[in-house]
Design a binder for this molecule. Structure first.
Ligand code: PGA
Length: 258
């Protein structure tokens, strides 16, 4: 990570875990053990039904709450969906968009792009995910694939809004598998993502955008991943469900030598 130019972000992705009651207990434990002093940005993206509880519990802290998905439209006849203005009013500051688990359910690059724009219009910070499958990695097409996902996802996002976007690189083969990308593998792709952003928006913006790594990041491997210059934080699934583990990752990101 490079603190001089950009924010370090440790973001949890709870996926379909924890009820509102469990959320309350987690937040109490987290608040009690959060390290004192200067932190990186800490975010927890939680299921929609947990948002109000999480926001309320975190009101006195600097932890930002986020959603795990958003609809592209502001309102209307979309049964079961939640819009960006609704998330903002509920207290969200962030939203995960284009997670590979949602892409696997049919979300396309066009959907991701429309959701990113809707999030930005509502002043949310989108955490836009990209990542290759094991097959794509073995075919040697990782860089092209990721570049395509980034270009498509950011299509039409203007220069004066792009700084709201956080990118998360999550190789599909590393998610929930316990098989983390090596720091070198993760850095190589994050560096490539920054090069794509540089081509699209110029060097100054590329230097300012935070790029996170996600995929079996935990309290044991976080330090080495975060030591890489183009990895500015993590999107953490499993390890964000346990306060002690999540805190250790935040502490790794707070190490002064990085
Ligand atoms: P994991 O999930 O940390 O459990 O691998 C990461 C993610 O899917 O965002």
């Amino acid at each position: 990570m490079n603190r001089k130019y950009r924010k370090t972000v440790i973001a949890g992705n709870w996926k379909m875990n924890k009820t509102p009651s469990e959320t309350k207990a987690f937040m109490t434990a987290l608040k009690a053990t959060m390290p004192k002093g200067r932190w990186c940005d800490v975010v927890l993206c939680v299921p929609a039904v947990d948002i109000t509880t999480a926001v309320r519990a975190m009101r006195e802290t600097r932890i930002g709450i986020g959603a795990e998905n958003v609809h592209a439209m502001e309102s209307g006849a979309y049964t079961g969906e939640i819009s960006a203005p609704m998330l903002v009013d509920a207290g969200c500051k962030y939203v995960i968009i284009g997670h590979s688990e949602r892409r696997a359910m049919g979300e396309t690059d066009n959907d991701v792009n429309a959701k990113v724009k809707a999030a930005i219009a509502a002043e949310l910070n989108p955490i836009m995910c990209c990542g290759e499958s094991l097959e794509q990695r073995e075919q040697g097409i990782t860089d092209e694939w990721i570049a395509m996902q980034i270009k498509a996802g950011l299509n039409g996002v203007p220069e004066d809004k792009i700084r709201k976007v956080i990118i998360a690189y999550e190789p599909i083969w590393a998610i929930g598998t316990g098989k983390t990308a090596t720091p070198e593998q993760a850095e190589e792709v994050c560096e490539n993502i920054r090069a794509v952003i540089r081509k699209l928006y110029g060097a100054k913006i590329a230097r300012a955008i935070s790029i996170l790594y996600g995929g079996s990041m935990n309290d044991k491997n976080a330090f080495d991943l975060l030591a890489k210059p183009d990895i500015d934080g993590g999107l953490i699934g499993g390890a964000s469900l346990v306060p002690e583990k999540f805190i250790k990752i935040i502490e790794a990101a707070n190490q002064p030598q990085m």
